[in-house]
Design a protein around this ligand. Structure first.
Ligand code: GLY
Length: 345
């Protein structure tokens, strides 16, 4: 791949470009709206200053949000919006989010809400943000009743994936991004690992862009981006978020394969292919967290956002992924047993 690749998210007059590459942050000043006189950068203290782009023509303010899910809150949104208001940020200006998925989710929701919506540019510095959180316009924060329960669809004005940042990304965060990357292999049924890693990142962005363009508000196929997420969310809840999202997804993808097999939708070989990608290609041999209880997982999976009246999963088949509802609990349990047995081998 040449140094920098551009991927379009085609959404009519809200179409935007995702720029992927080493040093891509240097393009930030050229992708903000021409009306912007002020830039409000939202970031975290752990993100090296070097990834904050320069905006020589604008007045720039820096706003930090705390580390950890507890800061992904309405309190943080209120504080940010107060800071923006005190600085006189207007709808012609721009918010620039620099960081991982938590920063892009929070800054994106602040952008969606402040002055009823101002432009936001995401500079993604984690793999998970590059291939998932920063692209597609989902923004939001947690409330005590659940994760990401308050938010908005607010498409960014542009996205920059700064590949330089991957060299300094903590290993656990890298592995979380790889968990999300693994799911793309089953969304498109392409041998993505044939591609050099940087190209694979751009390809994942391209896959997400096509899905978002086809189903921006998740009425249908956007749910495929949640492949493996039903068990993953239950594992996150069951461990009080001790397990990180991407780690949980890497297990959830394997579980989805077992469930599809139990339901006669895919062969044993296809289950093995899931293990090959997750365990061998990405080295994500995450065990099931200790102490998780099958009954509790099944109960929490029944409460998943996809599940309206019944257990609902995104499942593989010979024709690709599908959203499948009305799955009987005995099948969900058998697949859990099969997963536990195989992970214990
Ligand atoms: N993270 C899944 C989506 O953007 O739909």
């Amino acid at each position: 791949m040449s140094d920098v690749v551009e991927v379009q998210v085609p959404l009519g007059d809200r179409t935007y470009t995702v720029t992927v590459g080493h040093g891509a942050r240097t393009r930030a000043s050229s992708v903000i709206p021409s009306t912007a006189r002020r830039v409000a950068v939202v970031t975290q203290s752990g993100i090296p200053d070097t990834y904050i782009p320069q905006f020589p023509q604008q007045s720039v303010s820096i706003h930090h949000i705390g580390d950890g899910e507890v800061h992904k809150s309405l309190t943080t949104i209120e504080r940010l919006c107060s800071e923006f208001a005190r600085e006189g940020l207007t709808r012609g200006d721009v918010i620039v989010a620099v960081g991982g998925g938590m920063v892009t989710d929070v800054a994106g929701f602040a952008a969606a809400s402040y002055h009823r919506g101002i432009p936001v540019v995401h500079v993604a510095t984690s793999l998970l943000a590059m291939i998932d959180a920063a692209v597609g316009g989902k923004t939001g924060v947690n409330i005590p009743e659940g994760k990401n329960l308050v938010g908005a669809f607010w498409q960014p004005h542009a996205v920059i994936c700064e590949l330089d940042a991957l060299a300094t990304l903590p290993e656990r965060e890298m592995r979380c991004g790889l968990g999300e990357m693994a799911k793309y292999h089953f969304i498109v049924r392409e041998d993505l690992n044939e591609m050099p890693f940087n190209e694979r990142i751009a390809r994942c962005v391209g896959i997400k862009a096509e899905i978002v363009a086809a189903d921006e508000r998740e009425g249908g196929i956007r749910a495929f981006l949640n492949y493996g997420h039903t068990l993953a969310h239950a594992l996150e809840i069951g461990t009080d978020f001790e397990i990180a999202h991407g780690e949980a997804v890497s297990i959830g993808v394997l579980y989805a394969a077992h469930l599809a097999h139990v339901l006669g939708r895919i062969s044993e070989q296809r289950v093995d292919e899931h293990y090959r990608v997750v365990h061998d290609v990405y080295g994500l041999r995450n065990p099931l967290p200790e102490g998780v209880i099958a009954d509790r997982l099944i109960e929490d999976m029944g409460r998943d956002k996809k599940a309206v009246n019944s257990l609902t999963f995104v499942l593989d088949s010979a024709d690709g992924l599908e959203v499948v509802s009305g799955i009987e609990e005995q099948h969900v349990r058998s697949a859990l047993d099969a997963l536990m047995a195989r992970l214990a081998q």
